[in-house]
Design a protein. Structure first.
Length: 195
């Protein structure tokens, strides 16, 4: 382990052994997690007080939502897509908005499916033009789950220091998201509980 634990990179594969907790937040299965779409629509962790602009989606693109999950020590969770789908080496959890789900619920659901982590949303980061969609990304904190219980869309989940994300993210849009996150944390980190 590095002398500065905030600089350590952690890598989790499916069914890997995970520590009991990290930054005082326990790891473990999400007991009682939603299974039906209607239950996901009401999933905890959404923020009714977030002011969200209308998402402008050009013709031919879909709406999607994702999460940038930040630990209190400012390390960030990223996923390694199975088979590096779409040419992504690593990325942030994201998926297409499903009928009946808000963008916030979609982001929480996709975060869990791709990383195994249960999250609570903190803030809106922004909307980003992707190859086939416009993605709305939220900054989130981990409130449970386990990075060894991710679904089939991922082959690994990694915890990376904020200032090292550029070593992992190979798509320009993800690098823009990381830069916007760094700005947000610089300006709002203490208020959001990031040390």
């Amino acid at each position: 382990m590095d002398d500065n634990p905030n600089s350590e990179i952690l890598i989790f594969t499916r069914d890997a052994t995970v520590p009991r907790s990290l930054n005082g937040i326990p790891f473990g299965p999400w007991v009682g997690r939603p299974s039906a779409p209607a239950a996901w629509a009401l999933v905890e962790g959404q923020r009714s007080d977030l002011v969200e602009p209308v998402m402008n989606v050009p013709p031919g693109k879909t709406q999607s939502a994702g999460v940038v999950i930040v630990e209190p020590d400012r390390r960030v969770w990223i996923v390694e897509p199975s088979g590096h789908f779409g040419g992504y080496q690593h990325t942030f959890p994201k998926g297409t908005r499903e009928p009946g789900l808000s963008l916030q619920a979609t982001a929480i659901k996709e975060g869990f499916e791709e990383s195994g982590l249960r999250v609570g949303l903190l803030a809106l980061l922004g909307d980003y033009q992707r190859d086939t969609s416009v993605g709305r990304y939220y900054i989130a904190r981990r409130i449970g789950g386990s990075p060894a219980t991710f679904g089939w869309e991922s082959m690994a989940v990694k915890l990376v220091p904020l200032d090292r994300l550029g070593e992992f993210l190979n798509k320009p849009v993800d690098r823009t998201i990381a830069a916007d996150l760094a700005t947000f944390i610089k300006e709002n980190g203490a208020a959001c509980g990031f040390s």
